[in-house]
Design a protein around this ligand. Structure first.
Ligand SMILES: Nc1ncnc2c1ncn2[C@@H]1O[C@H](COP(=O)(O)OP(=O)(O)OP(=O)(O)O)[C@@H](O)[C@H]1O
Length: 232
């Protein structure tokens, strides 16, 4: 049977600048399990380690200590090439500033995470067309991102996160730069993706997200540590 635990992190720490005067323990002895299909929120004050923990479980960074299983595979010590492969095939990332390339077209922005995958251009364009259709951007694929409204840019950022058909979506402060209408739109889109079976991890300060019915579980971080139990 397929395991219901997608991510199983145990005793994870991330120390920056170890042994130097500016040493920082961004994450301390954190243990966390994420179930397939759930939406989990990491909350806590600025600097409490939310982004750092998301980066570790999202295979964007490596822990200084501890074990991180992603779909049963220990990623903490994987060589860079394999870590990149797990990241690309498993995760989609939505960043607070969208991180789009403003002078590239919508289609090219959405395709960026596929490079340098060994995928044919025609297949890549077919996939881009499908995600743009899904996010009501089909008519905008050749527009430059800088010509789009904030809401459209947000949807391009989500389309880009979906291009690899990831099983897990990671969103870091996704409503930080959105007005309340766009924040509501974003959560509607995330709710639709959850209904399709995506697992969603969100780091946020935004009480609007904490209280949204999309969220199954919240975990609080303080000073790099997870407060309370973080296992389902
Ligand atoms: N690359 C780095 N080098 C040194 N220190 C870092 C690095 N990345 C993060 N830190 C430090 O680790 C701590 C946790 O930062 P992190 O960004 O994970 O917190 P956060 O809870 O996401 O904060 P925010 O809500 O402000 O985004 C902070 O003290 C931060 O300054």
């Amino acid at each position: 049977m397929e395991s219901t635990i997608l991510i199983d992190a145990a005793g994870v720490s991330k120390i920056h600048n170890r042994g130097k005067p500016d040493e920082v323990a961004a994450v301390r002895d954190a243990s966390l399990r994420v179930r397939r299909g759930e939406t989990l929120v990491l909350k806590g004050p600025s600097g409490s380690g939310k982004t750092s923990l998301l980066s570790l479980v999202g295979c964007m960074a490596r822990p200084s200590a501890g074990r991180i299983l992603v779909e049963g595979r220990d990623v903490a010590k994987l060589p860079e090439r394999f870590l990149t492969e797990v990241r690309r095939s498993t995760f989609g990332f939505i960043f607070q500033q969208f991180n789009l390339v403003r002078d590239l077209s919508v289609q090219d922005n959405v395709l960026l995470p596929l490079f340098p995958l060994d995928t044919r251009l025609a297949e890549m364009r077919r996939r881009a067309a499908a995600v743009l259709e899904k996010l009501s951007l089909a008519g905008k694929s050749q527009r430059k991102v800088r010509q789009l409204s904030g809401g459209e840019q947000q949807r391009v950022a989500i389309a880009r996160a979906l291009i690899n058909n990831p099983r897990i979506l990671v969103a870091d402060e996704p409503t930080a730069h959105l007005d309340s209408r766009l924040a509501a739109d974003l959560l509607d889109i995330l709710s639709g993706l959850k209904a399709e079976g995506k697992t969603i991890l969100i780091a946020t300060h935004d009480p609007y997200i904490f209280e949204h019915p999309l969220v199954d579980r919240s975990i609080e971080m303080h000073d790099g540590r997870i407060a309370g139990a973080a296992t389902p």
